[in-house]
Design a protein around this ligand. Structure first.
Ligand code: PRP
Ligand code: MG
Length: 212
């Protein structure tokens, strides 16, 4: 039997909420510990647990058919991939921040400065829009430590509660975008799987309505 293949975040903030929405859709997943792949018992669905940043490429290649992913990750790495549903959870911002002690006036204050980030395309688009040239340092995690260790003058990262910024003595100075979890679809999905997607979307929409 044909199944639709869905990618969700392996670990991290999206993982739990993604599994919860599937559960609320009445889909129960056989979850072996540390398994990277699992099947649903009562719906033609296979779950692949993947790293967030890898998901756009898997969708593009058609290795998975759909994904629950942060809109911000698609903006960064998958602006060619279509979103069929906004899911209303895992809301966050992608922001620029600088040390609290810095007197900040406008985005042009970043001219010639070093910015550490895991979202180089998002930052570059924003800087280009404002005609600002800065040096981007790409790092994959714990970005907020960069100014403290002299690696950068500012950072761009995800802000959710704001506690990581606060703990690292930083302040948010520009909100570049607002994001939430979305349901994204591979450009390569087959008609047969589109039909399964239609059934899944119907359930998701009912769940989202009930949550309001
Ligand atoms: C994420 C993100 C921010 C933080 C934002 O990091 O990169 O650092 O969460 O959340 P907050 O505003 O609620 O503090 P994560 O903890 O996932 O670790 P990583 O950056 O090392 O991947
Ligand atoms: Mg972080």
């Amino acid at each position: 039997m044909t199944k639709i293949r869905i990618a969700i975040q392996k670990s991290g903030r999206l993982n739990e909420d993604s599994l919860l929405i599937l559960k609320d859709c009445g889909i129960s997943i056989d979850n072996g510990k540390d398994q990277l792949k699992a099947s649903a018992r009562n719906f033609p669905l296979e779950v692949f647990y993947l790293r967030n940043g890898d998901i756009p490429q898997y969708l593009r290649d058609g290795v998975v058919d759909i994904a629950i992913i942060g809109e911000n990750v698609l903006i960064e790495k998958g602006d060619d991939i279509s979103i069929v549903e906004k899911l209303g959870f895992s809301k966050c911002k992608v922001s620029l921040a600088v040390p609290k002690s810095v007197k900040y006036k406008s985005v042009s204050d970043f001219e010639g400065k070093r910015i550490a980030t895991s979202y180089p395309n998002t930052v570059q688009m924003y800087l280009d829009k404002h005609g600002v040239k800065a040096d981007l340092h790409i790092i994959n995690g714990s970005v907020e430590i960069a100014p403290n260790i002299g690696l950068a003058d500012g950072i761009c990262d995800i802000v959710s509660s704001g506690s990581t910024l606060f703990k690292n003595g930083l302040k948010e100075v520009e909100v570049m975008l607002k994001s939430e979890a979305v349901l994204a679809v591979s450009p390569q999905i087959t008609d047969e799987r589109k039909e399964i997607l239609r059934r899944l979307q119907f359930r998701i929409q009912s769940v989202l309505q009930a949550r309001q």
